[in-house]
Ligand binder design. Structure first.
Ligand code: NI
Length: 184
């Protein structure tokens, strides 16, 4: 395992389409996953996509911790809003319904900034875990947001290009001036 260097906005690896992983349980993929998790935790990120560590493959890691879930949800509702540390290889995302939700996002490849992004509020996603087992879940709230954000990286998309209002692209150091800034 190793802490990997994170590519920053402007590096071509972040702008291109990533390739499918041929064998999710290959030794090299296992090592990459272990290092990506270590890198994500070290950088205090909620998610990380392989292109962000200069590897153009369709692989993401993320977590949607309980503390990020909206307050006041029932236990059943929370299920969709949280996710343990998850590895997704060759992921697919389907939008469920038409509801759109705005939230603040940050990105380890766009350090020091955050932006307000509107995305589908409810999704279904699937992919393979590091044992090669199929993972299939529905997601809402921050959980749905982080999965969409990470999977966008696999298609060369960074969150600023999802923004409708660039006046809400701000420095972290100014975010305390905004009331609804808790997501990242
Ligand atoms: Ni990102």
């Amino acid at each position: 395992m190793a802490i990997l260097k994170i590519a920053r906005m402007g590096h071509p690896v972040l702008a291109k389409q990533a390739e499918p992983v041929a064998n999710p349980v290959a030794t090299g993929i296992r090592q990459l996953i272990a290092s990506m998790i270590e890198t994500m935790i070290d950088a205090n990120g909620a998610g990380l996509a392989a292109p962000q560590v200069h590897v153009p493959l369709r692989l993401v890691v993320f977590q949607a911790a309980e503390k990020r879930a909206d307050k006041g949800l029932s236990e059943a509702e929370r299920y969709d809003h949280t996710a343990p540390l998850t590895v997704l290889i060759n992921p697919e995302v389907e939008i469920v319904g038409t509801e759109v939700e705005g939230g603040w996002e940050g990105c380890l490849s766009v350090p020091g900034l955050r932006g307000y992004v509107e995305r589908p509020a409810h999704i279904l996603y699937r992919g393979f875990d590091r044992e090669g087992q199929l993972v299939e879940r529905t997601a809402r709230g921050f959980h749905a947001r982080v999965v969409q954000h990470e999977c966008d990286h696999l298609d060369g998309i960074l969150y600023p290009s999802r923004m409708r209002d660039l006046s809400k692209l701000i420095f972290d150091s100014e975010s305390h001036r905004w009331a609804d800034k808790e997501e990242e």
